[in-house]
Structure formats: C-alpha cells, structure tokens
Design a protein. Sequence first.
Length: 111
Amino acid sequence: MTIKRITPKELHERMKGGDKLVLLDVRAEEKYHEFHIDESRNIPKTTIFDLDGDGSDIQLSLPKAAEIIITCTTGNSAAKCAEILDTRDYKVTVLDGGLTAWKAYMSLLKD
C-alpha cells in the first residue's frame, strides 16, 4: 500500500481552484489552535490510533467519497494516520513535509 502525497504547492493550487478537499489536522488540539490551514478540521492522532488498537469503529464523521488531505507538523504522524484510515476505505493523501513545509511555501509566496 502506497499512500499518496501532495506538495504544499499542489495543495495550495487545488485549494485556490476550488477543489472539494477535506483537510484533516491530526496534531494535538492546542497545536491546532496555535496554527492550522484555513478550513482544516482537527481530529487528534490519538483518536485515529485508537481505531487501530481495539478494532472498534469510532465515528470520525469524515466523508468516504472525498479526498482527505492529512497534515501534522512534519508528515510522520499524518502518514501513520493515513495508513490506518486507508485500511478503512478512506481516500487519503499526506501533505508532504507537513505544516512545516506548508509554512515555508506560504512565506515564499509573500516575498
């Protein structure tokens, strides 16, 4: 199983183009409140990791039909969450480099 990845530039272009995407930030709530991509939703990674543990299906209220772009600080936690969600038939893509790369890309646009 290979999880798809998207660069910050590709994500920014798709968002500007009005693509229907679900942005899922899997960081802890306090980190999410400090900074997040507009329109992203927060479900902490521990909630998603719990899906893998006991096999019970916690209702995440995520659409199975839409592409879900998963973000975290660097992309590592997002990749683990993507693997778990992929086994549950969600269409997942990881933001390459996470929010660290997103911030760097966005700062280039401002210069």
